[in-house]
Each structure stands twice: as C-alpha cells, then as structure tokens.
Design a protein around this ligand. Structure first.
Ligand SMILES: NC(=O)c1ccc[n+]([C@@H]2O[C@H](COP(=O)([O-])OP(=O)(O)OC[C@H]3O[C@@H](n4cnc5c(N)ncnc54)[C@H](O)[C@@H]3O)[C@@H](O)[C@H]2O)c1
Length: 327
C-alpha cells in the first residue's frame, strides 16, 4: 500500500507513520517543520519514528510542491494530519490557520481527487462541537457551532471533504480527535506544560480555575484507532464520506490532571492563575460507539497509566535543557 502522510513530523503523525511503515506500507511523509513549537522536537521525531519512510520537507499550502508530490505517485491512501493545531493563537496569527487548515487542506484533498486516490482520511477535531451541551458528543449531532476559528476551519474541512469527494471515486473520513496525549507529545498542551513545570520546578500558568474537562486519549490508542479506521475505509466498497470521534469517554478536569501528575512526580505543582481563554471549550466528551462499530474497540488506557509513561519519558529520556527549549 502506498500512503501519503502529511504532518508526519508532528505528534500524532509520527506515531501513525511509524505504525504504517512497520506494517509494510510504502510511506511518503511530509511536514514543513514550522515553529509553532520547537522544530528540534520535530527533527528528533523524524530520527526516531520516520526512518522507514521517505521524508520530504514541504508546505502543503504550496500548490506546486503538492503537485510534485502527487505526480506519478499513485497513492492508495492519503492521510492529512498537517494543520495549525491549538485554539489559542491571537487574531494577528489567524492566517496560520487559514494557510495550513484551509488552503493546505484544499490542496491535499483536490490533488487526491484529481489523482484518483481512493481513500482520503484527515484530522478534524473535537473542537467542531464548540460548547455543545449535548454530551457525550455524537457524530449524529448536526447542529455544530465551534467557538474558535481553529474549530471553524476543522468543521469547514468536514463540509469541504463531503462536497469535494461527492460523485468521485474518493472516499473520505474525518477524524474528530479528542485531546491526544503521551510521550513525544505537543509542548503547548496542558499535560505537557504541567509535567515540565514539575520536572523543572517551575511555576505553571493555569488559565481558568481548572474545572475545564477534557476527554483524554492516549496516543497509542489514538494511533491504533487511526490505523484500524484506514484499514476499514480501504476495505469497503461503499461510497463513504463520514466523520468518526476518536476518543473513549475518559473525561477528567484539568485539576484532576494536576492531582495525578503531582502524585506521579511526588511533588506539588506551584500554580499561578490566569483568566480563562475564551476559545477554550468548557468540556469535551466523546461518544465512541461509531468508532467501536468500525474498529471493534475504543481508546481505553487509563489517564494514570498514560500520564505515568508520559512523565517517565519526559523525566528520564529527555534532557532537561531540551525540555526548557521545547516549551
Ligand atoms: N493532539 C490533539 O489532541 C489533537 C486534537 C484534535 C485534533 N488534532 C489534529 O490532529 C492533527 C495532528 O495534531 P498533532 O497534535 O500531531 O499536532 P502537531 O502540531 O504536533 O502536528 C502537526 C504537524 O503538521 C505540520 N504542519 C502544519 N502546517 C503545515 C503545512 N502547511 N505544511 C506541512 N506541514 C505542516 C507541523 O509542522 C506539525 O509537525 C492536526 O490536524 C490537529 O489539528 C489534534
């Protein structure tokens, strides 16, 4: 199987690209190594996870470069994970969402369709649900109202994927990922910043009062689910254009996250309160029944176990100087 993975030097992309290569897929891995967070972490992921892939540094917003990647490539599957992640950019930086999540997305999906790629899978996000009060969040809920521009770009991806692949030979599947965490994770995310603050005895800036609740998905569970969703899509002959929650209903408040990491580290986090960010949703909670129907399982790693592996990696395998540099 020939597969293109975009955002492959990213957190989730590096895990999935490695799993695919280990299963014998011929993986073309692309990423522009942008500096949303430290490119040195992305370089290290390339060394550790992408050895068996063909890595190419390109920007998916560049039409000519994308065209070159698709030329004579005959991909069976395209997995688009490249995006400007996170909901907290300031309005003056919103062009980063537009470039990667709208222009880049459109480039990748249009070239997939134009080149007859049969299976197009892409990262959406739990952010499409906004502050919906209908929990757990279900793919059947059609009244979606994201509260961040990031969430709006992801909902736009879902609608565009449906419109662009209609009446074509390309099946499409959006992955509504719920707070993926684990070793090699993203330094901008709360669990990473809390663990780093404990390891380096630094103060942690908590936005809000810690009652925001998130459905936490361990990266091994998320990447396994993505692999099974790819297999499931490639095996079906039906014309599919769907979205799937990738989350298992493991909902915890940020204060609970802090408690667990305090216990693991045997330290007490020093916290400074900051006002809540108005693009942070109050809670996320996944209805995993469609994921279970398609793959036979849902993410099940307990937060305590997943955070223990994460903390161990950060405290035992990462040089403290690197931790400082990455965050
Ligand atoms: N981690 C989560 O909890 C989570 C939750 C919901 C959705 N997602 C989505 O999943 C996907 C992967 O997320 P992640 O956590 O691995 O983030 P990440 O930032 O670690 O990975 C994204 C990668 O894409 C690359 N990239 C961004 N714009 C690009 C461009 N224009 N051209 C080429 N490469 C580009 C970045 O350099 C980065 O390496 C993203 O689409 C994200 O929006 C993640």
């Amino acid at each position: 199987m020939k597969i293109l993975v975009t955002g492959a030097a990213g957190f989730i992309g590096s895990y999935v690209a490695q799993l695919l290569a280990n299963k014998g897929a011929e993986v073309t891995a692309i990423d522009n190594l942008n500096d949303y967070y430290s490119p040195s972490l992305k370089e290290l992921r390339i060394e550790n996870f992408l050895r068996e892939t063909n890595f190419i540094n390109i920007d998916i917003a560049n039409r000519e470069d994308v065209e070159r990647i698709f030329k004579n490539s005959n991909f069976d599957v395209v997995l688009n994970l490249a995006a400007q992640a996170g909901v907290r950019l300031e309005p003056q930086d919103f062009h980063k969402y537009t470039d990667s999540n709208l222009v880049g997305f459109q480039n990748i999906i249009s070239h997939s369709v134009a080149n007859g790629v049969k299976n197009f899978i892409y990262a959406s996000s739990s952010s499409v649900y906004g502050n919906s009060s209908k929990t757990p969040y279900s793919e059947l809920d059609k009244e979606l109202s994201p509260i961040s521009y990031y969430g709006a770009t992801k909902l736009s991806n879902e609608q565009s994927a449906h419109a662009i692949t209609r009446n074509t030979n390309t099946k499409s599947r959006g992955l509504r990922l719920f707070t993926v965490y684990g070793p090699w994770g993203r330094p901008d995310m709360a669990y990473f910043r809390i663990a780093k603050s404990l390891i380096l005895d630094q103060n942690f800036k908590l936005y809000g009062d810690g009652t925001l609740r998130r459905d936490f998905t361990y990266v091994d569970d998320a990447s396994q689910s993505i692999l099974l969703l790819i297999e499931n899509l490639t095996e079906t002959n039906d014309r599919i254009s769907d979205v799937v929650n990738v989350g298992g209903g493991n909902v915890y408040a940020i204060n609970q996250l802090i408690d667990v990491l305090n216990e693991i580290s045997k330290k007490k986090l020093s916290v400074t309160r900051r006002p809540q960010v108005n693009t942070d949703v109050l809670q996320t909670s996944a209805d995993g029944s469609y994921l279970e129907q398609l793959t036979g399982k849902i993410p099940s790693t307990k937060l305590e176990k997943g955070l223990l592996s994460t903390y161990k990696w950060m405290s035992e395998e990462v040089d403290p100087e690197k931790l400082r540099l990455w965050t």
